[in-house]
Design a binder for this molecule. Structure first.
Ligand SMILES: [Zn+2]
Length: 371
């Protein structure tokens, strides 16, 4: 099972604290920076102190803070966890913890819904991917989720020996025999890759094999895998896990930047042609309210104040009366977070774009529309 899925985030985003707010706490527990346990415990205590000011508005928040404190102080297995994301709304008996193999930015937010943006950035950034390494005798099939190894299979096939054939085989015969073995080996490697895919699933596949066999290996792959191949790496089959992971993560980041750039290019075109595209905060929120959004694009880190209607879920930049149902709206510090949650609830695709200047020019937010 993946550490964190889009469905987990949708489930979180659809939760609404009707009786009391939700406390969302992200904590960086990365052992590379927070060397001692006290380092992250101290950071947590600072966050909890910030949140004390909200405690008066609801006793449920006080209970949330107590539970979070207790959970973290019980200890974290930092051999595999670098970030924690905790969501609590005690009045609703709502409690979710995600132990992540990647760091997060420490942050505490009290809002009427779980603050999911950091999680969304992570699932968007880290697809589960496979790496298939092969040479003429060996193959390794690895699966990484958020940069963590979750599966590893190996295959070794001895080349045919020819010292016991009494010299009867001709040189040509021997060569074709060896070649036949090599072909069979690549087919076996492709089979292993498919078996691992069926058991563990992954979005992308990276191939690492010498040029003279990489093409054949790719042709031997099941069509489901062929369509997932995103790159070829030049990493030897004997490479360490860290080397393979780092090289593959680099490829993954490139693939992600490319996809963001393609989506932003589509957005620019759609906005320019005034055909199924909107840009800028006000127009994008409007499209969300009208449920026309297919893909929401947001610049990483973009925040803006705004309004949300508690009775009909309207989101907008101007308050305070809801233009749809005329209820009094709630002022929110970050309406962009509300937009991301709303988009997830509506099952839209959400793309958080990193350092994309074109999207920044368009107003740091925009949407490709269904109609
Ligand atoms: Zn309303």
């Amino acid at each position: 099972m993946p550490v964190l899925t889009e469905d987990d985030i949708r489930e979180l985003a659809s939760f609404k604290g009707e009786e009391a707010p939700v406390t969302s706490c992200y904590l960086d527990v990365d052992g590379r920076r927070k060397i001692r346990r006290q380092d992250y415990e101290h950071e947590l205590d600072t966050l909890l102190r910030q949140a004390r000011s909200w405690e008066d508005s609801s006793p449920s928040i006080g209970e949330d803070l107590r539970r979070i404190h207790e959970y973290v102080h019980r200890g974290v297995d930092r051999s595999r966890v670098r970030g924690l994301a905790i969501f609590s709304s005690s009045a609703h008996d709502f409690w979710r913890v995600f132990e992540l193999p990647v760091p997060v930015r420490s942050q505490i937010v009290v809002n009427h819904t779980p603050y999911v943006r950091q999680l969304e950035v992570l699932v968007d950034e880290y697809e589960r991917f496979g790496v298939l390494l092969a040479d003429k005798q060996r193959a390794r099939m690895l699966v990484f989720d958020m940069g963590e190894l979750v599966e590893s299979d190996e295959l070794f096939e001895a080349l045919p020996r020819h010292d016991d054939d009494g010299g009867e085989w001709s040189r040509d015969h021997l060569q074709s025999h060896v070649a036949e073995h090599a072909h069979a080996h690549l087919r076996h490697a492709a089979e292993v890759a498919f078996k691992v895919f069926q058991e563990h699933g992954f979005e992308h596949l990276v191939i690492a094999a010498p040029d003279e066999i990489a093409g054949e290996l790719e042709r031997d792959l099941h069509p489901y895998l062929q369509e997932r191949v995103v790159a070829r790496l030049h990493v030897p089959i004997t490479a360490s896990l860290d080397e393979i992971r780092d090289a593959a993560l680099e490829v993954e980041a490139e693939v992600e930047r490319r996809r963001e750039a393609e989506n932003v290019a589509r957005l620019r075109e759609a906005v320019g042609a005034r055909n199924r595209g909107v840009a800028g905060l006000a127009d994008t929120l409007q499209a969300l309210v009208e449920r026309r959004v297919d893909t929401l694009l947001v610049s990483h880190g973009f925040q803006a104040p705004g309004w949300r209607c508690p009775s009909c879920d309207f989101v907008g930049v101007k308050g305070r009366t809801c233009p749809v149902c005329e209820a009094e709206m709630r002022q929110v510090d970050d309406v962009v977070e509300e937009a991301v949650e709303e988009a997830l609830t509506q099952s839209c695709t959400v793309e958080i774009c990193h350092g994309n200047a074109d999207l920044d020019v368009l107003g740091r937010i925009g949407a490709l529309l269904r109609y």
